[in-house]
Design a protein around this ligand. Sequence first.
Ligand code: HEC
Length: 163
Amino acid sequence: MNNQTIRKTSVWPVVVAGLFLVGFTVLFVSELLQLSGDESSLPPAGETLTAQTYQDVVDVLLVNADVERGAALVQRYGCVACHTGAGADNRLAPNWAGLPDRAAERHPPLSAEAYLYESIVYPRAVDIEGYTGTMPLIYGSQIPDDDLGSIIAYLMTYRGDSD
Ligand code: HEC
């Protein structure tokens, strides 16, 4: 009789603690999965990137790209304030003029499109002489894939400030 009472009172705390533990583990794991899911549209940062990783991402972005939309988007995201006209004249950023011709040479073996993608999403990846890393780092998370594709397509056709 006495034994039974002791067993009852000692088992319940263990069961309750066990349930809490299982609950927290499930929450934790689902949170982890969700986090890695959110980042899956970006390739891993840093040295693990290869020309092929970029190319695979960029090829997908360019499928539905629209040059006209890209032209409107660089206005909307404020890129033109630094990269064209007075901003570029005052060396806030390299002028985009001639970009389609030099993009393929900037970061070999990246293709021109892959380089443009890199310079928007990871602006610090390449040091451009005369500029000191002032391009905002927010675009990788701020610009949706659709928009990124159109911006890259637009930049590939960029000929000068009058465009
Ligand atoms: C505050 C000024 C600023 C803004 C806004 C800005 N950039 Fe830049 N950008 C720079 C600077 C400075 C560099 C040179 C690299 C560096 O210093 O980070 C650069 C580099 C680049 C390059 C590489 C140019 C080359 O000649 O190789 C591209 C492409 C580019 N930016 C695209 C964009 C796009 C697209 C946007 C808008 C979504 C944008 N930038 C917004 C300052 C800016």
